[in-house]
Design a protein around this ligand. Structure first.
Ligand SMILES: Cc1cc2nc3c(=O)[nH]c(=O)nc-3n(C[C@H](O)[C@H](O)[C@H](O)COP(=O)(O)OP(=O)(O)OC[C@H]3O[C@@H](n4cnc5c(N)ncnc54)[C@H](O)[C@@H]3O)c2cc1C
Length: 316
């Protein structure tokens, strides 16, 4: 028979949500197991300065913040394994998970697998991420006071981010690969009526120009009609081409919205399956911040604790 390692609580994901859940559950002596996934520490590990996480008046580097959260959860007895959940059977308890050929079971499951910002996949994009290139306007807009910024995308989030960024930037240019926007007409109008926002149509991004030392200097663009290339000068570039919640393995088992974000009940982290909870960006398409992810991680830990206590009471 295949060996299955059992834990009372398993947490899928090691971002701000998962590690906060782990901190609370380990301090309650529940010895949670965190399955870290392909990105230990989560999205904040791909950014540089974080200035909006309370408690760090000088700011803190994203990877350092996550390292501290990891150490804090570990200190109270959280166990970690590296690997990705490939399969989940939530149809009965204990819940069963397969992590790259290894099998795990748990009485309560917390899903904190986050959402992945869609990127273009260019080498220069990852090289300059946090050095002028960003995927989060709320997080990084403040760094671009009186600078020229480009926003890449043509949907509602691109319009919203561009409008928000005009609070800081001297000029915002929306770069879109088509001649028409996908955004709703009200969002388009708001952006088009903003005197600080300009548009560049029919442009594909070939390269982000600059180095981590110089920061972003510009974006090499290729016209989709004429094929002409030129460098558009700017100091900031925000990718606003959407997010994908990491929920594929739960399809058909847990209730999700049309984009695949997990649905939770009322002011709780409960999913449609008792004993399964969701925290962080995986269930939040609106706020998507480290502090809100950590906050819901705390809620999930307490919801899971109460659930386990109730189960124990019923068995007596
Ligand atoms: C470039 C950038 C800069 C940002 N800057 C800021 C900022 O300055 N301030 C701020 O508040 N927010 C910032 N954010 C947003 C912030 O990073 C997120 O809101 C936060 O990380 C969400 O935390 P989370 O734990 O919900 O998910 P994530 O951080 O996305 O973590 C998800 C975790 O789940 C794991 N995982 C995924 N799938 C599986 C699976 N199948 N099996 C096992 N594990 C899995 C991953 O490996 C990862 O560890 C930024 C985001 C980006 C992309």
């Amino acid at each position: 028979m295949t060996e299955r390692r059992h834990s009372r609580i398993i947490i899928i994901g090691s971002g701000a949500a998962g590690l906060t859940t782990a901190l609370y559950n380990s301090r309650a002596n529940l010895e949670p197991l965190v399955i870290e996934g392909i990105q230990p520490g989560g999205q904040l590990t791909i950014t540089t300065e974080v200035e909006n996480f309370p408690g760090f008046p000088e700011g803190i580097q994203g990877p350092e913040l996550m390292d501290r959260m990891h150490k804090q959860a570990e200190k109270f007895g959280t166990k970690f394994i590296f690997g990705t959940v490939n399969r989940a059977n939530l149809s009965k308890t204990p819940f069963e998970l397969e992590v790259e050929g290894r099998f795990f079971t748990c009485d309560a499951l917390i899903i904190a697998s986050g959402a992945t910002a869609k990127l273009l996949g260019l080498p220069s994009e990852s090289q300059l991420m946090g050095h002028g290139v960003s995927a989060c306007a709320t997080c990084d807009g403040f760094f671009f006071k009186n600078k020229e910024i480009a926003v890449i995308g043509g949907g509602d989030s691109a319009m919203e981010e561009a409008t928000f960024l005009t609070k800081f930037a001297s000029k915002v240019t929306i770069i879109h690969r088509r001649q028409e926007l996908r955004a709703s007409s009200i969002m388009q109008e708001r952006a088009k009526n903003n005197p600080k926002i300009k548009f560049l149509w029919n442009k594909n991004i070939s390269e982000f120009v600059g180095t981590p030392q110089t920061g972003l200097k510009g974006i090499r663009l290729k016209d989709t009609i004429s094929g002409e290339e030129n460098v558009f000068e700017c100091q900031g570039a925000f990718l606003a081409i959407g997010h994908v919640p990491n929920t594929q393995v739960f399809k058909g088992q847990l209730e999700m919205d049309e984009k695949g974000y997990l649905l939770t009940k009322g002011k709780s982290t409960k999913t449609n399956i008792p004993g399964v909870f969701a925290a962080g960006d995986v269930q939040d398409s609106i706020y998507r911040q480290a502090i809100s992810a950590a906050g819901s991680g705390c809620m999930a830990a307490l919801d899971a604790q109460h659930y386990l206590e109730e189960q124990e009471f019923k068995q007596k």
